[in-house]
Design a protein around this ligand. Structure first.
Ligand SMILES: Nc1ncnc2c1ncn2[C@@H]1O[C@H](COP(=O)(O)OP(=O)(O)OP(=O)(O)O)[C@@H](O)[C@H]1O
Length: 311
């Protein structure tokens, strides 16, 4: 469990983080979201003591971070940043194995860990282990950056805009991967983003920062249903944009051949209605009629892909 206890950071007269208190349970993802300058990065960097708090403290599993030397603390806490920060002259394998090596793991154990992580991120170990970062695509570099941060099974993984540089479609895949791997490994993650949609998609809990303060800390469903401040409401409003756009597009646009179970919908109905029908009834597609005649189907996957184009 991570306990952030009345933590504050001031620079001269200005307060970057103002008395933030919150708890993150082990094995969960907490997403810290807020506009530029709201103090997210400063809050994150106080957890691994890249910044020292002006007051307050952080406890990891009951132990104050002040009790551990910063460089030792940082070996226990993974850190992944936008633009991945890979060592350009080291292979993918050496990059991922960097922290285990510092911790004195045996070669075989490091190798096994590197291969396990590459496989988890859908990168064939034999094909990628010995490549250099420059020989990878942006998305692959980003995955290696996250794999490196996870390599030593840290108590905690801090991620600062880890997907900020990725285009929206790859980004959605990267988020899905992270979620799957986090569940599999049981990692505890604190992730910073300015993107409320990412927060809602990834977070077990979402922490919204505004002007250095924590203005809401709740589940994604609570944030959507009961935004605590007008700013949170605005941020949530942006998320609905893809949904609003789906409500303007008729089923006829994504009509494909095939059948689907359940009640049919007319081709003039909106993608939003079909999405709701799929989610509500647990179907992966709905049958569609044109002028009352069964004429094919629209799949959940196709709607989702379309929504992502507008994200
Ligand atoms: N080293 C520093 N010296 C002085 N002021 C700083 C320093 N670091 C951050 N600040 C100020 O603290 C405030 C919070 O910055 P921080 O980087 O934590 O915000 P953020 O929410 O992460 O923003 P962004 O999304 O733009 O990265 C800002 O007003 C920033 O200018």
């Amino acid at each position: 469990m991570i306990e952030i206890d009345r933590i504050t950071k001031t620079y001269g007269d200005s307060t970057a983080v103002d008395g933030v208190t919150m708890t993150a349970e082990t094995g969960t993802i907490t997403v810290i979201v807020g506009t530029s300058g709201s103090g997210k990065t400063t809050l994150l960097r106080m957890i691994n003591r890249l910044e020292e708090p002006s007051s307050g403290e952080v406890r990891i599993n009951g132990e104050s971070t002040r009790a551990t030397k910063p460089h030792l603390l940082r070996r226990r806490i993974g850190y992944a940043i936008q633009g991945h920060g890979l060592f350009p002259h080291h292979t993918v394998g050496r990059n991922i194995g960097a922290v285990p090596q510092l911790m004195g793991w045996k070669k075989d154990r490091i190798r096994a860990r590197v291969d396990e992580l590459l496989s988890l991120f859908s990168m064939e170990p034999d094909a990628f282990r010995d490549r250099y970062p420059a020989e990878l695509s942006g998305g692959q570099q980003q995955r290696v950056g996250v794999a490196r941060a996870l390599a030593s099974r840290p108590d905690l993984l801090l991620m600062d805009e880890p997907f900020g540089a990725l285009d929206p479609i790859i980004r959605a895949r990267a988020q899905d991967d992270l979620r799957r791997i986090q569940r599999r490994l049981g990692s505890t993650i604190l992730l910073v983003t300015h993107d409320m949609e990412e927060a809602i998609r990834l977070g077990d809990r979402v922490a919204v920062m505004d002007g250095g303060r924590l203005v809401q800390h709740a589940t994604p469903a609570e944030i959507i249903a009961q935004p605590a401040t007008p700013l949170v409401a605005d941020m949530v409003g942006d998320v609905e944009r893809p949904l609003r756009l789906l409500s303007l597009i008729p089923l006829s646009e994504l009509l494909e051949e095939g059948t689907a179970p359940g009640e049919a919908m007319p081709a003039e109905a909106s993608l939003r209605d079909a999405l709701a029908a799929c989610l509500w009834s647990g179907r992966s597609a709905v049958p569609v009629t044109v002028d009352g005649v069964p004429s094919g189907r629209v799949t959940f996957e196709a709607i989702r892909a379309r929504a992502e184009l507008h994200a």
